[in-house]
Design a protein around this ligand. Structure first.
Ligand code: CO
Length: 140
């Protein structure tokens, strides 16, 4: 049921500084404008790669859920990996049936791509915070 790698989430204290890295050092040419997701406590900026995206996330305010991560990793770092799934409810139920902890209420919320997402606890995923995201309709 695991599908395409959609993006890798990278936490950063400054999207502007990170954009310089991806654009000027690594040579990325498709970097989207950053936008706020206040209900999730983050600014988001997507860097397009030929086969996936990097999702730069910066705290929106002091209550941001990634504040703790940045306290432990002040320079930023890899935060989560996002895989696409065909049906988010089926994926959530399957994760739970297999004993995995779905974060929050478990009710999917709308992610940065406008499709429903859930997060699965790293303790069940080999230490990796995993985001599952429903494949956008008409994509790929
Ligand atoms: Co993400």
């Amino acid at each position: 049921m695991i599908g395409r790698l959609n993006h890798i989430g990278v936490a950063t204290p400054s999207i502007e500084e990170s954009v310089k890295l991806y654009r000027d050092v690594l040579g990325a040419t498709k970097i989207h404008d950053k936008f706020a997701m206040p209900e999730q406590g983050v600014w988001v900026c997507f860097v397009d790669l030929p086969n996936a995206q990097i999702e730069l996330i910066e705290p929106y305010d002091d209550t941001s859920p990634i504040k703790g991560f940045l306290a432990k990793n002040p320079a930023g770092g890899q935060h989560h990996i996002c895989y696409e799934v065909e049906d988010i409810i089926a994926a959530r139920d399957d994760m739970r049936a297999k004993g995995c902890t779905v974060l929050g209420t478990g009710e999917p919320r709308i992610g940065a791509h406008g499709t429903p997402i859930i997060f699965v606890h790293p303790k069940n995923m080999g230490g990796v915070l995993v985001e599952l995201m429903e494949t956008p309709k008409g994509a790929h």
